[in-house]
Design a protein around this ligand. Structure first.
Ligand code: ASP
Length: 334
């Protein structure tokens, strides 16, 4: 046995060397013209995360000389299905993940996640930050936040709130809203907030908390009512400037901001990661990308979180920040 192992060793070493050479040659040639890069997007098409991913795909495609980048929606189980898909994808730089704060909150909600946030990903950089907006169906009797609070208190046990599943941005925001008010609402999970928005507009659900990047158009079209924003200061967008902050309405310390970032599977070659990170940094400075994010009330990130180290440190700090808040709410998913 030992003898044949030693006899085969030179061949094995030669094979390993050939694999390594072709691997690093592939990394140098990355991205191959004509080969498509896909962003796995763990929520339904048409929602805020999907919208931000499509804007980023366009800006990064420009930075990579016209490389084709598509968004691959893989929704379900609060987004964990899409994240797990990326964790198992081939690490050649052609399959990436675009997701938001759920990267840090899902581990506290789910007892068994099929991936490890700390170990299974390469961190490519954060892209943008986004306020949330408490909105209601157009037929809701309340028009202001104090009226909404009175209506909620008068209808305890009968109120429904839509979200993208436990641990999603909308769920986190809605959960904090309920714990602050000390009211339990019926949580209605969807595969993303785009289908939840359709039901809110149609009056099938009462409330939702969603990113301003998709609420603004609905408020302008008078299809939903806007009650509050989750930032410490009011927003300047014409559709939201008259909407109070939750803090100003007495919801002490209420502040939720949703961040979004890009990831690659663990073990993606360093040369590929560098090219992707360079393209990401060019994208966050692209005037068209910046304009689109700001029009939706979001801000583009340009600090050290656009680098792998800063991105990963921030995600881990967010995991630590939200874990006790989520645990004390006692909401779990399997
Ligand atoms: N806004 C969603 C969330 O609540 C996800 C989505 O973009 O559909 O997490």
């Amino acid at each position: 046995m030992t003898h044949s192992f030693l006899r085969d060793m030179p061949t094995a070493l030669a094979c390993a060397a050939a694999v390594l050479t072709s691997f690093s040659a592939a990394a140098q040639d990355y991205p191959l013209p004509g080969k498509t890069i896909s962003f796995v997007l763990p929520y339904a098409p048409g929602g805020p995360t999907d919208k931000a991913a499509r804007d980023l795909a366009q800006a990064m495609s420009k930075a990579l000389g016209g490389q084709s980048i598509v968004v691959d929606n893989a929704p379900g189980a609060s987004g964990s299905i899409g994240v797990a898909k990326l964790a198992k994808a081939s690490n050649d730089g052609y399959v990436l993940l675009f997701t938001h704060i759920a990267q840090a909150t899902l581990p506290s909600f789910f007892r068994n996640l099929p991936y490890n946030v700390e170990k299974d990903f390469e961190y490519l950089g954060l892209v943008s930050e986004n306020p949330m907006n408490v909105i209601g169906r157009p037929t809701l009797p309340a028009n202001t936040l104090p009226e909404l609070v009175s209506w909620i208190n008068a209808n305890k046990g009968k109120i429904s709130i839509g979200n993208a599943g436990p641990g999603s941005a909308s769920h986190l925001c809605g959960m904090l809203f309920q714990t602050t008010l000390k009211v339990d609402m019926t949580s209605i999970p969807y595969k993303g907030t785009a289908p939840a928005m359709t039901d809110l507009i149609g009056g099938q659900i009462d409330l939702m908390c969603d990113q301003t990047t998709t609420t603004i158009a609905q408020i302008e079209g008078k299809r939903v009512k806007s009650f509050a924003v989750t930032t410490p200061a009011r927003l300047s967008s014409p559709a939201l400037k008259d909407t109070p902050t939750l803090q100003e309405a007495g919801f002490k310390d209420f502040s939720v901001t949703i961040w979004q970032g890009l990831y690659a599977p663990k073990g993606t070659p360093a040369a590929v990661l560098k090219k992707l990170n360079d393209a990401l940094k060019a994208a966050v400075k692209d005037p068209e990308f910046v304009r689109k994010q700001e029009a939706g009330g979001a801000s583009v990130i340009t600090d050290n979180r656009v680098e792998a180290g800063g991105h990963k440190a921030f995600v881990l700090s967010e995991m630590a920040k939200w874990a006790p808040v989520i645990k004390s709410a006692g909401v779990y998913a399997d």
